[in-house]
Design a protein around this ligand. Structure first.
Ligand SMILES: N[C@@H](CCC(=O)N[C@@H](CS)C(=O)NCC(=O)O)C(=O)O
Length: 250
């Protein structure tokens, strides 16, 4: 059984989770809590980031390597075009969004979400027991939040740069899909999956697989209001609406 080590709400693990679901592959989610995750991941895998995918003896530790591997080993419900030039274009977009925009969008969003520490801790702790949830929520503001801020280098200045990058990414999407449904070719590919995932926090589509309790805290609401009505977020929501499901389910 494939294991996916992840945070329940997190950008790069969602790339892999969506691809696994799209292909209808069975997997077991190994949920971790941001912060304590380090002691579980480092000794096992020699790194502290998720996603990690373990399939028997095989361990893959980078989201794009995992996507390429899934595509090669599980060709059903393909996420790459047949045409070589289009495949190259898909990977160019995937890499650009995952490597360039992903960290900036995340930093900008966290700048507005982390002040609501209790809310965020509750969201990440959803898969855990009530006791662990309570301990995590209590320790989050003092222990985890400062560590996350330092680790990601979150400052007001960098958050402003992150918002500009988010705007640029959404504008690019809007221009690209002005007269077409998908980013490359005429069907859903890894480019659409990756771009929609990197931008998932700007749209929070109802099909996103984890429920974020409402009402949203002020920072999250403010962050979402900022992008509401942008044609780029409308496209993200459309991709989630049309394609965020497990193969074989209606
Ligand atoms: N290049 C990595 C980036 C993964 C990444 O940044 N993951 C974040 C979650 S979205 C993470 O694990 N952060 C926790 C940490 O860095 O300790 C990949 O593509 O897999």
């Amino acid at each position: 059984m494939i294991e996916l080590w992840q945070f329940n709400v997190s950008m790069y693990p969602e790339l892999v989770r969506w691809a696994l679901d799209h292909k209808g592959l069975d997997y077991r989610a190994r949920d971790l809590l941001p912060g304590p995750h380090v002691v579980q991941l480092l000794p096992r895998f020699g790194q502290k980031t998720v996603p990690v995918l373990r399939d028997g003896d095989r361990v893959l530790t980078q989201s794009l390597d995992i996507l390429a591997d899934l595509e090669a080993r599980h060709p059903q419900h393909p996420l790459l075009p047949d045409d070589a030039a289009q495949r190259e274009e898909v990977w160019r977009i995937v890499r650009h969004f995952a490597d360039e925009y992903g960290p900036s969008v995340r930093l900008a969003a966290f700048h507005e979400l982390l002040p609501h520490g209790t809310y965020m801790a509750r969201v990440w702790a959803q898969p855990f027991s009530p006791l662990l949830r309570a301990a995590y929520v209590a320790s989050f503001p003092l222990l985890v939040r400062p560590a996350m801020r330092a680790d990601m280098g979150i400052t007001a200045e960098r958050a402003a740069q992150g918002r500009a990058a988010t705007q640029e990414a959404l504008d690019w999407v809007a221009a690209r899909v002005r007269d077409r449904d998908y980013l490359v070719g005429d069907r859903f590919t890894l480019a659409d999956l990756s771009v929609a995932t990197v931008l998932f926090l700007t749209a929070l589509a109802p099909e996103y697989p984890v429920r974020l309790p409402q009402p949203y805290p002020r920072g999250l609401q403010h962050w979402l209001d900022r992008w509401r009505g942008h044609p780029g977020t409308a496209w993200v929501r459309r991709m989630y609406g049309l394609h965020r499901r497990r193969a074989g389910t209606p």
